[in-house]
Ligand binder design. Structure first.
Ligand SMILES: Nc1ncnc2c1ncn2[C@@H]1O[C@H](COP(=O)(O)OP(=O)(O)OP(=O)(O)O)[C@@H](O)[C@H]1O
Ligand SMILES: [Mg+2]
Length: 616
């Protein structure tokens, strides 16, 4: 047993958050930890880690346990470079190898009497090195840094990296340290699809135990075998991954409802009997026994349905001129690294443009550049910008939540301010808290509520779904769909991009590549490969045509027809697959299957096109 909790109860300043929580976590177990924003997941992790002390109950940990913790916010701090910071994990391995080299040297010049001692030392060093697999530590660093998208950034100082990158670096460090228990609080927030797949694979074969908080169903399904859930202060443990948990939870709700209804019926019957019989002398005794029974009864509470999802509404006041944003020609260099070369960007009124690109290609930097009042960036007349910062950095942690919101919009009445916050999911008890006391998701909801009140006609959003629980993500998606302003956004959530984007702007090889159309069409366009020009056809000579040549021509006609039919069928299948790719975009397993089939089709059509070209 690595961890166990017994009847743990905890509250901040007397406000209860967790009641009577009990759990245990064994070696090598994989647990997904779910629950809505602000339910207390991070709090429970901090109780396990010992950063917080329970008001009642106890937390046990295996003695000497090594726990690695990735906090929900705040990244890695280091004066070193990316590679240097990872190498620190292997200081002991380096020392062992260095000592081995030294011993080798000493042996070369040692007197015969010393040889025995030295070779014994060599042997013991070699054993330790083999056991730790010390020689391969550089490969391990490169695997992890490469997988997490840091290739080519080894020499960059950690201090110059963005918040998202630093969180990822912290995760890299933890993966290399290989603790017995890895506690991850929303590790996927800053990951693009490629890195997410890599992390899934890596964690799937991780040797130690994993406890992970996430709002990403597919990620949880791939990695976990158990699920803990926190809702309204109650911790429940389920066997199975997220999908299984959903089924089990629905069953539990039904059972609890059935038990509740049955008891209510019984109560009604007993009461009815008492009412009718208490006054009659002959039956008073049996009525009294029923009164006793009613009094002794452990009355069940009506099981509550899941909490209400938040609601967001983004309104506009003025209609801006048609060209909302224009940046005709610019290069973008950040911290000496060139992110874009000779780029241009235009956004027209009403467009909903998703900015896509792998981690580290500079999406956030580009948004910041647009907002930097650089003269190469021109906003149209009457444009009013609302910006959502990936890290919610402009929120003052010391402020009371209501004041942080209201201070920005003093023209709202208190009722209006409270209503907007409540709809976003921040109730009366939350708005008196300091911003620093809000959970990650609640802070995101506050930032979104502030954006709503701005009535902006151009929204620039940097990963707005990070930290939001699923119902909140869906509400946000709905609100932005109904938004009649212009939208420029970055997101790694494929479903979110698919349902919102009317255009895509991709950062590829330091260029901005615009695409007119939605995400599905964009992905499909990326699959099309220009026709192969190799194996150029040898056309038959003009003039006289031999019998063989005529036969060949006839064969060519038949074969071209065949190929055309086959290509037609492939295109149809591709279209159908792309459609289903869009529908199943959030289902990684399906996406993988479909993409594999699309790749196979592309290879097939490449070959057919190549042959076709030799024929025509
Ligand atoms: N330092 C604090 N002082 C007072 N209240 C706090 C403090 N930290 C957290 N809380 C409150 O405790 C509750 C649970 O917060 P916690 O961060 O554990 O939620 P969470 O489940 O991790 O949410 P999320 O999904 O948004 O990260 C929230 O109501 C939050 O406002
Ligand atoms: Mg949290």
């Amino acid at each position: 047993m690595l961890i166990s909790l017994e009847n743990v109860t905890f509250g901040y300043d007397g406000v209860p958050i967790i009641a009577n929580a009990a759990l245990s976590l064994g070696e090598g177990e994989r647990v997904g930890f779910v629950g809505g924003n602000g339910e207390g997941k991070t709090t429970l992790l901090r109780l396990i880690l010992g950063e917080l002390t329970p008001d009642a109950g106890s937390v046990f940990k295996k003695s000497g346990i090594r726990i690695g913790y990735l906090a929900q916010t705040g990244g890695f701090e280091s004066d070193s470079t990316v590679y240097g910071a990872m190498k620190e994990v292997f200081a002991e391995d380096e020392a062992l190898i260095a000592r081995l080299r030294e011993t080798e040297k000493e042996m070369a010049s040692a007197a015969p009497a010393e040889l025995k001692v030295l070779s014994a030392r060599m042997e013991s060093l070699e054993k330790r090195i083999a056991a730790r697999d010390s020689y391969h530590y550089e490969v391990r660093i490169k695997t992890v840094l490469g997988g997490m998208g840091f290739e080519g950034m080894y020499t960059q100082p950690v201090g110059t990296m963005s918040g998202g990158e630093r969180t990822k670096l912290k995760l890299c460090r933890l993966l290399l340290e290989e603790p017995e228990l890895l506690i991850l609080d929303e590790p996927t927030n800053h990951l693009d699809i490629k890195t997410l797949f890599w992390l899934e694979e890596y964690l799937a074969s991780y040797k130690g135990a994993i406890l992970v908080v996430s709002h990403d169903r597919y990620f949880l399904d791939r990695i976990t075998a158990r699920t803990w859930e926190l809702e309204r202060g109650r911790l429940s443990l389920f066997k199975g991954n997220y999908s299984k948990y959903k089924v089990l939870k629905a069953e539990r709700f039904k059972e609890e409802m059935r038990a509740y209804e049955k008891q209510q019926e019984e109560i009604a019957k007993l009461k009815d009997y008492v009412d009718r019989n208490l006054v009659r002398a002959t039956t008073a005794k049996s009525a009294l026994s029923r009164v006793n029974k009613l009094e002794r009864m452990d009355v069940l509470e009506r099981p509550l349905p899941p909490p209400q999802p938040p609601r967001f509404v983004f309104r506009t006041e003025e209609r801006p001129y048609e060209r909302v944003l224009d940046a005709p020609r610019f290069d973008l260099t950040v911290d000496g690294k060139q992110l874009l070369k000779d780029a241009s960007f235009t956004l027209m009124r009403g467009e909903k443009c998703a900015l896509v690109g792998d981690n580290g290609t500079g999406k956030s930097s580009l948004l910041k550049f647009f907002l930097s009042q650089d003269r190469r960036v021109v906003f149209g007349k009457l444009v009013r910008i609302g910006y959502y910062d990936q890290e919610n950095a402009d929120l003052d942690p010391q402020m009371r939540t209501l004041d942080a919101f209201w201070g920005n919009y003093p023209l709202l009445t208190q009722t209006e301010a409270r209503k907007t916050l409540a709809q976003a999911g921040l109730g009366a008890e939350d708005i008196d808290k300091k911003v620093s006391e809000l959970s990650g998701g609640m802070r995101a909801k506050l930032a979104l509520a502030m954006l709503e009140a701005k009535n902006a006609n151009l929204l620039i959003l940097d990963e707005p779904t990070n930290h939001l629980d699923l119902p909140a993500r869906e509400s946000l998606e709905e609100a932005l769909k109904n938004y009649d302003g212009t939208l420029l956004f970055v997101s790694h959530d494929r479903r979110f991009i698919e349902s919102l984007a009317t255009e895509i702007c991709a950062i590829e090889d330091r260029a901005l590549v615009p695409f007119k159309g939605g995400y599905e069409a964009y992905l499909a366009s990326k699959k099309k490969v220009p026709m192969s020009e190799e194996k150029a056809p040898k056309k038959p000579a003009e003039g006289y045509r031999s019998k063989e040549e005529r036969a060949r021509e006839a064969w060519i006609r038949t074969r071209t027809k065949e190929i055309e039919t086959q290509l037609g069928a492939i295109e149809e299948e591709e279209a159908a697959l792309n459609l289903s790719l869009a529908e199943n975009a959030a289902d990684y397993v399906k996406v993988r299957e479909i993409t594999a089939r699309l790749d196979a089709l592309r290879r097939e059509s490449d070959a057919l096109y190549a042959e076709y070209e030799t024929l025509i």
